[in-house]
Design a protein around this ligand. Structure first.
Ligand code: MG
Length: 378
């Protein structure tokens, strides 16, 4: 029996995780749930799954939820999130909170020796070296939930890592892949939120439209699989059927394919190393008769280039970029800045940032705070 805690149970990945738990109820038990502030959804989830512990980051909302659920234990704040992450009865934590909010509880879960289903990108982008060292020290499994990384993880099953020639991460290209530079100046929030193939939360959907999401995934893959950046390529594949590939030294390529739906990678992380019956019909190759591939345009989509640059420079730069980008994306969603401002402002901020070494998690958090402050004023 997998006994899981979900950090971010009210978000898109959290809800899909609960769908899997419903679908595999004799294999997966939901012991704890946590969210930032959506107590209406948490209340519903608590009534359905009866978790042992519920955490709400927002302290007032936590009090209100405790009143609504007198027979449940509700905890609050960052300490509450960490309590969920370290709960004794849990053996796997699904880390699905966006942003830095998810970083500390994810580290707490690793320190407590829990296996991690990783959807939160923060941990690896801002502190990849520290996190992978901690994972090794604690002997926990770090199972990717991101579809691309789940794909690569599956392609590498039973393979010798030294036989990897390169990783090829596919990108849908987002809703603006065919826009000219001029058209990219007049993007509305609604247009950016209208992703052609994937249904996801708003932050990651905007990141997909700028290709920053792909850039972050390149950095994630670098840390997860220990592959150098010059061996990680991105190819635009608008149909999102091939979720990523590995090319080996003998020039053989293994790809992982399926419906563009997060249920598949989440279920694989939850049932790993087993495979259990999924929820989809047989894949229709005839209906999906065309698979296309294009080169990414690093000029129109600067964010992808910025992410490669940040990863190559290393130190505080990837974490700085990630946190600054998050603030800029929220400013775009709040209609304070334009879509193209995201990459322009980010590039300026990154040029001004003086790169430092990251030698502790305190460094990671401090760097994150600086980035947020600077990006809010940029
Ligand atoms: Mg992805």
């Amino acid at each position: 029996m997998k006994r899981i805690a979900i950090l971010g149970s009210t978000g898109s990945i959290g809800e899909s995780t609960l769908k899997i738990a419903r679908h595999l109820k004799d294999k997966i038990e939901v012991r704890a749930i946590a969210a930032k502030s959506n107590i209406d959804k948490l209340e519903q989830q608590a009534r359905e799954f009866s978790p042992e512990l519920i955490a709400v980051f927002d302290e007032d909302k936590a009090l209100e939820l405790q009143k609504r659920l007198p027979n449940h234990r509700v905890v609050a704040g960052m300490e509450g999130l960490k309590a969920v992450a370290g709960l004794a009865s849990v053996n796997m934590v699904v880390s699905a909170m966006t942003g830095t909010l998810g970083l500390e509880p994810t580290l707490a879960a690793i320190k407590a020796g829990k296996d991690i289903g990783l959807a939160n990108k923060e941990a690896l982008i801002s502190g990849g070296g520290l996190v992978t060292a901690l994972v090794k020290e604690k002997g926990v499994k770090l199972l990717p939930i991101d579809s691309e990384h789940s794909a690569i993880f599956q392609c590498l099953n039973g393979e010798d890592r030294s036989a990897i020639k390169r990783l090829i991460i596919t990108a849908s290209g987002g809703p603006f892949k065919n826009h000219t530079k001029e058209q990219l100046h007049n993007i509305s929030v609604d247009q950016a939120l209208n992703h052609p193939t994937w249904r996801m939360g708003p932050k990651i959907t905007v990141d997909s439209s700028t290709l920053m999401n792909k850039g972050l995934e390149v950095i994630e893959a670098h840390w997860l699989f220990g592959v150098s950046l010059d061996k990680i390529d991105v190819v635009v594949h608008p149909q999102s059927i091939i979720h990523s590939l590995v090319e080996f030294v003998d020039c053989s390529m293994i790809a992982q394919m399926g419906e563009p739906n997060m249920m598949v990678p989440i279920q694989y992380a939850l049932t790993y190393p087993d495979r259990l019956p999924g929820v989809f019909q047989n894949f229709d190759f005839i209906k999906n008769g065309t698979l296309q591939f294009f080169a990414p345009d690093f000029d129109r989509f600067r964010c992808l280039k910025l992410a490669y640059d940040a990863a190559k420079k290393g130190g505080t730069l990837p974490g700085y970029m990630n946190a600054a980008n998050e603030v800029l994306v929220h400013r775009f969603l709040d209609k304070q800045i334009s879509w193209s401002d995201i990459s322009h402002k980010l590039e300026n901020l990154m040029q001004r940032h003086s790169v430092q070494r990251v030698s502790s998690f305190e460094d990671v958090i401090a760097n994150d705070k600086v980035a947020r402050k600077e990006a809010a004023l940029a």
